[in-house]
Design a protein around this ligand. Sequence first.
Ligand code: CP3
Length: 346
Amino acid sequence: MSLESTFLQACAKQPVNHIPVWYMRQAGRYQPEYRAIREKHSLVEICRIPELCFEVTKLPVKQLGVDAAILFSDIMIPIGAMGLDFEIKESVGPIIASPLRSKADIDNLQVFHPEEKLPYVLKTIELLKDDLSVPLIGFTGAPFTLASYMIEGRPSRNYIRTKQLMWSDKALWTALLDKLGAMIVRYAKAQIAAGAAAIQLFDSWVGNLSVADYREYILPTMKNIFTELKDTGVPLIYFGVQTGELLTSFAQTGATVIGVDWRVPIQAARARLGYHFAVQGNLDPILLFAPWEILEQRTREILDAAMDRPGFIFNLGHGVTHNDPPVAVDTLRRLTKFVHEYTEGK
Ligand code: CP3
């Protein structure tokens, strides 16, 4: 499987037969089959039942013809395993019962053993590894994004408490980030050992930081994480939203593939990163609601800009959104087919 995978070839900046495609949040509520499962099971329940999680992960591969699967889980699952209870509230997002408020709270967080605390995640990966015809992407949240939920206790607009801790007690902030870093390394390695062929670190909200703050308070931990994961040999994808100005710093993290959102043209992203990275992105996910002609035009523009050198993976600039009425499954299927056909043999 792996040698023939366009996704892995693109991650390694090798020539491909066609540009590989996958979508962040390719499993979710836009799919009628997923909604039917969610009527009976909560999101966390799906994650905890390997046979169910296996089906949900596979569904978009069958339905859309994408070139990679992403493990169905959530960035909050390991936060629970560290000892913070959470729930995911529909249309709100993650809520933490007792957010981090003191040094003692941070000291109490456990850098757990995934085999002990999250065996169901690893079991799901093992089931998928033996079944999928495309590579499986494992993932975890990145330290800033995880810390923001753990400190704010809920989705946040301004990250006031998070930034307050960062600026007011650097030692404690560093202790928290390093603890998260140690957890992330362990969890990612366990996913790789179970069969994940690549790892994506979701740093969705890190784009809220200035370049100076990113470099001072986040970059050292990111470097440690990617240094420790380097020997696994799998592609390491680092993604965030509104990170245009951070890309030159992202280039120093040790990630091998950089995910960019739709605000940065691919050529500009490559110029900022330097040309030894594979790049993933970056269609505005709201274009999935546009007339097909516009969606196709913007997609063609991305591909024309990206295809002049190897190392490009087509994706959205952020996840498939949940809306009512939802994105049509047919739109994503047609988009996948369009990217494959437009880039075939070029
Ligand atoms: O991409 C995939 O198909 C894999 C599954 C996946 C989920 N969450 C499932 C999920 C992945 C990769 C994630 C990551 C995740 N979770 C991130 C980083 C990526 C991003 O979108 O920025 C974040 C910030 C979270 C936290 C989270 N979980 C939020 C903000 C929400 C949405 C809350 C809402 O109802 O609007 C969730 C819930 C969630 N996680 C859903 C899915 C499919 C929504 C559907 C449901 O509740 O069943």
